[in-house]
Write a protein that binds this ligand. Structure first.
Ligand code: NAP
Length: 259
């Protein structure tokens, strides 16, 4: 844990004692979020689907930095598998305090050429995946009368984006899910918010052509890509006590793209 992340009086991070589940934490933004929450003292469950080795490396890095982490494999688009993952976590840790729905995929194409399979895959992972984890955890959050849910949306869900009808629909859907669940759980002390990243340097954007990356950066008023740390900082704020009176909000972390 970095010295600056500790309370100088208690020597503990602001998330000490909290249990956090981060989906899609084997790489990219999820990895950055997992490391940030762990640096603030949370015990982090590092969820992955295909990249088991990378997830193990993330957990090992956290532990070698003095934090606490464990890997949990599960395809978030699978309702039953999410139920089993969450049951196992509750059995072992007794609670979850922070849920970050970060797992996401793209299958970009123009609407005329988009296959049904690519539409379904993106919606099933990005939107139904968040429903699955929230659905299984909500009864625990309600019982605890506390909890923080942060859904990773996208500026594409706020503005729309040509070539990303499936992705934008999933990310706009996440905003609706966020606001509705925030209204349902607010009176029980559970906060539900969304972060909408802009153009962030990860595997997802590395996969774009040079031309598409240039066009992406050109759409950012601040003139540069964001980093995973930029997103992780905002998620950490929404996961901790400094944001206790904030719910149902969408925070764009995008260098001004959605202005
Ligand atoms: P990334 O580098 O491609 O990583 C995606 C992560 O999601 C991986 O850890 C992957 O795990 C996981 N994942 C994918 N399908 C999964 C499934 N079915 N079950 C569990 N985990 C799954 O992407 P990223 O750029 O970090 O994006 C993270 C989130 O931010 C996504 O929701 C994305 O839509 C959003 N976002 C990104 C940007 C950007 O510019 N990068 C902008 C806006 C929003 P495995 O490898 O283990 O399968």
């Amino acid at each position: 844990m970095a010295e600056t992340d500790k309370n100088p009086r208690t020597g503990e991070g602001e998330l000490a004692g909290r249990i956090a589940l981060v989906t899609g934490a084997s790489r990219g933004i999820g990895r950055g979020i997992a490391k940030k929450l762990a640096s603030l003292g949370a015990t982090v469950l590092v969820n992955y689907n295909g990249s088991e080795e990378k997830a193990r490396a993330v957990a090992a890095e956290i532990v070698s930095d003095g934090g606490k982490a464990q890997c949990v494999g599960c395809d978030v688009s699978d309702f039953a598998a999410c139920g089993s993952m969450i049951e196992e976590i509750i059995k072992e840790y007794g609670r979850v305090d922070i849920l970050v729905n970060n797992a996401g995929v793209t299958r970009d194409n123009l609407i005329m050429r988009m296959s049904e399979e690519d539409y379904d895959r993106v919606l099933d992972t990005n939107l139904k995946g968040a429903f699955n984890t929230i659905r299984h955890l909500s009864k625990h959050f309600l019982k605890q009368r506390s909890g923080k849910i942060v859904n990773i949306s996208s500026v594409s869900g706020v503005l729309g984006n040509a070539g990303q009808a499936n992705y934008s629909a999933s990310k706009a859907g996440l905003i609706g899910l966020t606001k509705s669940v925030a209204r349902e759980l607010a009176s029980r002390g559970v906060c539900v918010n969304a972060v909408a990243p802009g153009f962030i340097d990860t595997d997802m954007t590395q996969a774009l052509s040079e031309k598409a990356r240039e066009a992406g950066v050109a759409a950012v008023p601040m003139g540069k890509m964001g980093s995973v740390e930029d997103i992780a900082e905002t998620v950490a704020f929404l996961a901790g006590d400094r944001s206790n009176y904030i719910t149902g909000q969408v925070i764009c972390v995008d260098g001004g793209m959605a202005i």
